[in-house]
Design a protein around this ligand. Structure first.
Ligand code: TXA
Ligand code: MG
Length: 335
């Protein structure tokens, strides 16, 4: 049976909350991307996530919670982690901490740490509250493909494999959460860049009087996590990245089998192979549109796609956008 897409009415939210309690999967909107949610303490429910997404068992899941109190049931918080959670939750930040026993091994792929996030999206929060459950939820796409930022993206990828999709419109942020490992007191390890930068996290910790060392690179355990590996979030059409589309490339607009993806709507290029990531050039808009545009260009059956990188001076947004572009292009991410 194809998936049903639910409008966010109170009745539907109650229905979906009951489905989650029964161990069923529900695709839910968050402010970053859509997640494929299941009862995080129900091993069979979590197994269904891996099956539906064709996700390898060694790629651990993020557990979504209402707030710090719910998170403390699942992981060992230190002072730094508490300060960060109080400041940035609910929001697009995932914190990796030592897990408590109650978290099943399937969620963490056997690791001793668990990734936790309190999402800000009102519908995700309503479902968390209504169900009273922690919800394990990776992005709601088939493993390896571009993350979904609308209910329709979810339906296209998983519509034949899951029953329930909650429609909350387009995700505001558009790229996945920042992931930071705070499991070692006094140490901050950035695992995935997102809307919130390591500098912002550091500033908040310093203001709270905590001294923290930023360490880079992955732990031996996280190196094994395919979600953090290089080729991921990838469209089917081969993608290359360029600092700026050249005049010669711009001239191919309307004629070439190669899709041209601009950062900003071009003034003098048009045609079926011309795409842009934002009308304004604002990087928040670029992030918001990024996956929808990559999917649209990918659906155009071009032989290749070429995309302009975000300007290096663009702060956290640029870092996150260029990280996802590198992964989509299958290049080393240097993170
Ligand atoms: O914005 C987001 O984070 C979205 C929404 C749905 O919340 N979720 C998301 O999940 O992007 P997913 O599974 O596509 O990416 C989660 C990443 C994976 O790459 C996984 O390797 C990493 O989090 N992860 C999960 N648990 C971890 C842990 N204990 N240590 C290190 N990395 C972990
Ligand atoms: Mg994912």
């Amino acid at each position: 049976m194809p998936a049903r897409v639910y409008a966010p009415t109170p009745r539907n939210l109650r229905l979906l909350s009951a489905a989650l309690k029964r161990g069923e999967l529900v695709a839910i909107p968050t402010e970053t991307v859509y997640g494929l949610a299941a009862h995080a303490l129900d091993v069979r429910a979590c197994r269904r996530i891996f099956t539906a997404k064709r996700r390898p068992a060694d790629d651990p899941l993020i557990v979504h919670v209402s707030d710090l109190r719910a998170a403390e049931q699942l992981a060992e918080f230190n002072n730094g982690a508490r300060v960060i959670a109080r400041h940035f939750w609910p929001g697009p930040l995932t914190i990796v901490l030592s897990k408590k026993k109650i978290v099943p091994r399937i969620v963490t792929s056997g690791q001793d740490t668990v990734a936790l996030r309190a999402p800000a999206h009102p519908l995700a929060r309503r479902l968390l509250k209504l169900s009273g459950l922690p919800l394990a939820a990776p992005s709601a796409n088939l493993f390896g493909y571009v993350s979904p930022t609308t209910a329709e993206h979810v339906r296209l990828g998983l519509g034949g494999r899951i029953k329930h999709i909650l429609d909350g419109g387009a995700c505001a942020v558009g790229v996945e959460s920042t992931i930071v490992d705070l499991s070692q007191p006094g140490q901050l390890r950035l695992l995935r860049p997102g809307a919130i930068s390591a500098q912002e996290l550091l500033a908040v910790l310093r203001r709270a009087g905590l001294t923290v060392r930023v360490v880079s690179g992955k732990t031996p355990a996280t190196v094994l996590a395919p979600g953090l590996l290089d080729q991921h979030y990838s469209p089917h059409t081969p993608l290359t990245i360029t600092p700026r589309l050249t005049a010669a490339q711009r001239k191919t607009a309307g004629t070439d089998p190669m899709a041209l993806i601009f950062q900003r709507k071009p003034r003098h290029a048009s045609g079926a192979n011309v795409f842009w990531l934002s009308a304004t050039g604002r990087l928040g808009d670029v992030a918001h549109n990024l996956y929808a545009v990559l999917r649209e260009a990918d659906a155009g059956k071009f032989s290749r796609m070429i995309v302009e990188a975000a300007p290096k001076s663009g702060g956290a947004w640029a870092t996150a956008i260029n990280d996802r572009l590198r992964r989509a292009a299958g290049k080393r991410s240097h993170q």
